[in-house]
Design a protein around this ligand. Structure first.
Ligand SMILES: [Zn+2]
Length: 79
C-alpha cells in the first residue's frame, strides 16, 4: 500500500515519504499523512516519538490552496 498524498505541498516545500508516519507520539495516524520537508528547517522530533499532542496547535505553512497545517514538533501533516 502506498501513501496517497491528499494535498499538494506548500510552495518551496515537499512531503517527505521517507519518514515513517504510521504513529504520532504512540497514536495511530490516518494513512497518507506525511512529514513536511522545509528547506533550512529541521524538526526536533520524529512523528513516532513526538511529544506534541496530535490536537496541539500546529503551524500553518504556505497560503491559499497549498496551505498546510503541520505539527510544530515533527512536521507531520495535521491539516
Ligand atoms: Zn508531532
Amino acid at each position: 500500500m502506498t501513501n496517497a498524498i491528499t494535498t499538494p505541498a506548500p510552495a518551496g516545500t515537499a512531503w517527505d515519504p521517507s519518514i515513517p508516519t504510521t504513529t504520532h507520539g504512540g497514536c495511530w495516524v490516518y494513512p497518507g499523512r506525511l512529514v513536511l520537508a522545509i528547506p533550512g528547517r529541521e524538526w526536533p522530533h520524529q512523528p513516532a516519538t513526538c511529544p506534541q499532542p496530535y490536537d496541539a496547535p500546529g503551524e500553518w505553512i504556505g497560503s491559499g490552496a497549498d496551505e498546510a497545517l503541520v505539527c510544530t514538533g515533527c512536521g507531520l501533516d495535521i491539516t
